[in-house]
Design a binder for this molecule. Structure first.
Ligand SMILES: C[S@@+](CC[C@H](N)C(=O)[O-])C[C@H]1O[C@@H](n2cnc3c(N)ncnc32)[C@H](O)[C@@H]1O
Length: 215
């Protein structure tokens, strides 16, 4: 799947995504609380912000908060949500890190939740985020690591997802472990500072929260 196909997929998915319930509200609250610890006085870039839920919640904690996504339809909903809540400090911009219209070293913190497993050019994205961060800047991510699921769920995903993709009902999805993800971050120039598993579901180990620092 290329970027154009990804964009079309996520544009089509936007309304349904906006209407879907949070998979794990308790885990999400843990993630927000851990992330807020790093935002005071900071300039923040969120990538893959979707319909803006996280941006609207976290923007008040930052000095400046720029929320980006590949999908214009997602951002239409995000802006509507922000207006419905009386406005938000978050700025919503259609962009991906690799071609984002920002100078190098513009941001103190980059945030990406539930996105890195959906990106084929993940090493390129990680290098772009490294470039956009100031020295010592933080990359904060939460990522489902499908490579850590049990045998049966992995077999099911391996059989069902390609069929769904073929008919345009599923996006690109990568399967990797948290240690593989950490290795990719290391290779892109980051050191891992924090590792956590936020979640209350039976298999919280499948989603890893990482705080990494630009070397
Ligand atoms: C599963 S949603 C997650 C949205 C939000 N971060 C959340 O946690 O609810 C994935 C988001 O990533 C966006 N996305 C997919 N591929 C992308 C890419 N290559 N660059 C930037 N955003 C992308 C999609 O448009 C979608 O909004």
């Amino acid at each position: 799947m290329g970027l154009e196909q990804d964009t079309r997929f996520w544009d089509r998915a936007a309304a349904k995504y906006a209407a879907s319930a949070l998979a794990d509200p308790d885990g999400y609250e843990q993630t927000l609380a851990a992330t807020r610890n790093h935002l005071s006085g900071k300039t923040v870039l969120e990538f893959g912000c979707g319909t803006g839920t996280t941006a609207i919640k976290l923007a008040p904690d930052a000095r400046r908060y720029v929320a980006t996504d590949i999908s214009p339809a997602m951002l239409v909903i995000a802006r509507d949500r922000a207006s419905a809540e009386g406005g938000s400090k978050a700025e919503f911009v259609v962009a991906i890190p690799e071609n984002a219209p920002f100078e190098s070293a513009s941001f103190d913190v980059a945030i990406g939740f539930n996105i890195l497993h959906l990106v084929k050019a993940r090493p390129d994205m990680l290098r772009a985020l490294h470039r956009l961060l100031k020295p010592g800047g933080l990359l904060i991510t939460k990522t489902p690591c499908l490579g850590e699921l049990g045998f049966l769920p992995r077999v099911m995903i391996g059989m069902v997802v390609p069929i769904m993709q073929a008919i345009g009902k599923a996006p690109y999805v990568a399967s990797f472990s948290s240690s593989q993800l950490e290795a990719e971050m290391n290779a892109a120039g980051f050191d891992i500072l924090e590792r956590a598993r936020h979640g209350s579901k039976p298999k919280p180990e499948a989603r890893v929260y990482l705080v990494a620092r630009k070397r």
